[in-house]
Design a binder for this molecule. Sequence first.
Ligand SMILES: Nc1ncnc2c1ncn2[C@@H]1O[C@H](COP(=O)(O)OP(=O)(O)OP(=O)(O)O)[C@@H](O)[C@H]1O
Length: 228
Amino acid sequence: MIAMQGVYKTYPNGVTALNGIDVTIEQGEFVYIVGPSGAGKSTFIKLMFREEVPTKGTIKINQMNLPKMKWKQVPYLRRDIGVVYQDFKLLPKLTVYENVAFALEVIEEAPKSIRRRVMQVLDQVGLKNKARFIPDELSGGEQQRVAIARAIVNHPKLLIADEPTGNLDPDTSWEIMKILDEINASGTTIIMATHSKDIVNTIKKRVIAIEGGLIVRDEHRGEYGYEI
Ligand SMILES: Nc1ncnc2c1ncn2[C@@H]1O[C@H](COP(=O)(O)OP(=O)(O)OP(=O)(O)O)[C@@H](O)[C@H]1O
């Protein structure tokens, strides 16, 4: 599903964040991306939805060649990819329902099917009864569940999560992991950057460790491998 070959990324300020990445990720996998701060994890993730473009190398996602893609094709790539961030990034003035529906309105789904799908996905993340709330009226864990609902409402093949539990307490983090695991069980590929040793060592998945812009470890059912 995802194939990177000889991928380098140097930012305009001269910092090289990725130094020759080769990796393949199959449809349906759940992959943790671990490594020290500044290792290149976020850069690696951003390349997959063309938030950043590599300086060199090829990136193929579902047969699309990302570095060569024209700007007008990028929305088509992103329709198949959901993204969840550490700080949720919800629209503060919109209700839970509106935040999730927005993702379908922009792709011009029929209003009737939007309503059905939004309520279905809010039910999936346990927030059907909070559809009329605004983000400020929710806990951090609830806000992250809204962000997950928004990310999966369009049935993406790939869900990317950049430290999704980074702002959450341990109990809430486990709830989020349970939801991500269920989403993965239904066939969605999940790529999750994390600093949580507890999560990686408890819910065993493939672990890719990045250090200094290189993959230094890639293990099936791997360990976190760092002290903090
Ligand atoms: N937009 C940018 N412009 C310039 N340099 C950047 C940019 N984004 C990241 N970097 C640099 O690239 C390197 C890798 O950063 P990246 O955010 O990918 O690391 P990370 O592993 O995700 O770190 P963290 O765990 O702290 O989030 C760092 O040296 C960082 O300062």
